[in-house]
Every structure is written in C-alpha cells, then in structure tokens.
Design a binder for this molecule. Structure first.
Ligand code: DP6
Length: 336
C-alpha cells in the first residue's frame, strides 16, 4: 500500500468501526453549495486539509441523490443518471476509490446509484454534493449513525467542498489545527436569510480547464501572492459570518466578491498563470459593476470556473432578470 493510501486508511479506521455490518439499501440527498468565503489551497494533500476556513450557502433542492445497496453480482456497480459506468470511468473510479477506503478492505460488493438534480446548463460542480450524498448513504446503508461532523470529516477525503454539503443554509468549514485532520470539518450556522437569492449565469458548461485540486496545488506551489491568501481568507470568513449574523447584506456581498477576486488574483499570479474566467465572464462582471453604480445590490462570488454566480436579495430579482435573462435563479432558503 502506498504511503498516501496508508495514511487515508488510518484516517477512516479512526472514525469507522473495525468491521462493517451487512449493508441494506439506503438513499440520501445532499445539496450542492457555493462558497462565499473560498477554500483555495491545501496544507495536507493526503488528508485534504485546507490552508484556511471557508463558508458557503447550500443550494436547497439542487444536489445529488445517492442510493447504496448490496450489489446484485459479486462486483461493485456504479450507475450515474441511470447509466451504468465502467469501473475505469474517471467519475466511477473516484467513487469506488472512496468506497474502498470506507469498506477498509472488507469484501462487500455495492451498487451505487447516483443522480444529480443540478441542471447541467447551470454548470455547477457536483463533487461537493456527490461525496456528501455518498457518505450519508453509506452511513445509512451500514446503520452506523455517525455524527454529521464525522461524516463531514470523511467526505473531506473525497472533496474539500463536500464537508459543507451536509446541511442546508449557511455552513462554515473550520480549517482545524490538528495534523491528524480530526478537527477539520464543517458546522452549520444558525441563521437564515429567506430573501437570499443566487443567480447562475452560464458561460461555459463544459469541464473546466483544470480541476480545482490541480489548480489549487499549482497556485500554492508557484504563486508569489499565495502567502498573503490564508490570513486574508480567514479574516474574510469571520467578516462574512458576522455579516450573516447581523443581516448586513452589503457587508456580506462586498466581502464575498472581494474574497473571490483575491482568490482569482492568486491563481492568475501563478506560474504559468491560471485563469478560469472567460471573456463572457468578464463581460458579465462589467455589466454587474456598472449596474451597481446605478444602485443594484448584487455581488459575484466567482468560483474556479467561467460561470458567473451572483448573490442578491429578493427585491433585486426583477433587475437581475432583465440584466441577465439567461440566469437560473435559486432560492436557497425555500421550504422543500
Ligand atoms: C473554488 O472542493 O473541488 O469551489 O478538495 O481538491 O476536491 P478538492 O477541491 P474542491 O474545491 C473547491 C474550490 C472552490 C472554493 C470552495 O468551494 O470553497
């Protein structure tokens, strides 16, 4: 076993029971999320420990539903959006690698059926909701009753942003300080903002030029601006949390947008430069900034991709729709 695999196996063994019971069929849903204070950079690549804390809002009913059940045959099966995938498929192999870590070497063939309710046109990443739904379904299938914090820790090994997809609403992922990674998980914030809206302006719905994982590792190792990012990002998270608690939307929006642009600045300074934004992304940002001078209250927490996401309150919705007619509007706090 490689050193990486050994370290990850030890992490799973620290949280899960030594022997898993026989599985039953179980289904779980996890929402996707958008970071308002971004995670960018790992201090430990194997345990997926971040350099800074991050804070997100979950996307209500947009996310992933995953069913885990005993396999019909003697081997694992992965079904994505009703299509059976070969084990070598990159998506299936990521899921199976994680599931193998979870089973800790035990032979328990599983059928994993997963479906996304995120419109492809929205161009939203699904690894956050995907790994959170997988962990929740595995927890239920093996009747483990792990706490959400423990599940958040395990999902982190699949994808960092998955730590935050176990709750609806605003969620903070604390970076933690321990080397063993047991204190790096997400917690929900006890605050709701029913008027909160998100607009997704599709620019490019294909796969991104570089995965977040490769992009952040490249930024950490080569960007001369990265040294100032972790402290700035940590401070931004605190300001965003305070703004949420005080219902100060302008402070929230301004900080989230500045935080996202600072993240993009660190990657653009990487060598060679990394830029996820496309011409149309900049055009949308210019439209936003110019409308803001005329009083629009909307802000852009740009992710590591070309699609533009805007956050605003309900009273700005008509203006957003007329400025960006192809935007998908999400109401994250709507009753489901
Ligand atoms: C820009 O969670 O996809 O969306 O941990 O390597 O799987 P890995 O990265 P991932 O990165 C998300 C980056 C981001 C910011 C964020 O969601 O906080």
């Amino acid at each position: 076993m490689s050193e990486t695999a050994q370290k990850q196996a030890a992490f799973f063994a620290g949280i899960l029971p030594l022997r898993l019971p026989a599985p039953r069929a179980a289904v779980a849903f996890a929402p996707s999320n958008i970071a308002l204070g971004k995670y960018w950079g790992k201090r430990d690549d194997t345990l997926n420990l971040p350099c800074n804390s991050s804070l997100s809002v979950s996307l209500g009913s947009m996310g992933t539903t995953t069913k885990v059940s005993p396999a019909n045959a003697q081997k694992d099966e992965v079904i994505f959006n009703e299509r059976a995938l070969e084990a070598e498929n990159p998506f299936a192999s990521k899921i199976l690698r994680f599931t193998s870590l979870f089973r800790q070497g035990q032979t328990i063939p599983l059928r994993i059926e997963t479906e996304n309710s995120i419109p492809t046109a929205a161009g939203l990443a699904s690894s956050a909701s995907g790994f959170a739904a997988l962990v929740s379904a595995l927890d239920a299938a093996f009747s483990l009753d792990l706490s959400k914090e423990q599940q958040s820790c395990l999902a982190r090994i699949g994808s960092g942003s998955a730590t935050r997809s176990f709750w609806q609403g605003f969620v903070r992922w604390d970076r933690g300080n321990l080397q063993d990674g047991t204190d790096s998980y997400a917690v929900p914030l006890h605050a709701t903002l029913p008027e909160f809206r998100i607009a997704i302006i599709p620019v490019d719905t294909g796969p991104k030029s570089q995965s977040s994982r490769d992009g952040m590792n490249h930024t950490v190792s080569s960007s001369p601006l990265f040294s100032s990012w972790p402290d700035r990002a940590e401070a931004d998270c605190k300001i965003i949390e305070q703004a949420i608690m005080e219902r100060d939307f302008v402070m929230l929006g301004e900080t989230a947008e500045a935080n996202a642009l600072a993240m993009h600045a660190t990657m653009m300074a990487a060598r060679p430069a990394l830029c996820y934004l496309k011409h149309e992304s900049w055009r949308a940002l210019e439209t936003l900034w110019s409308a803001r001078k005329d009083g629009l209250q909307a802000y852009a927490p740009m992710d590591a991709g070309a699609n533009v996401k805007l956050i605003f309150l309900q009273d700005q919705e008509a203006d957003i729709k007329s400025l960006f007619p192809n935007a998908t509007i999400i109401e994250p706090f709507r009753e489901r």
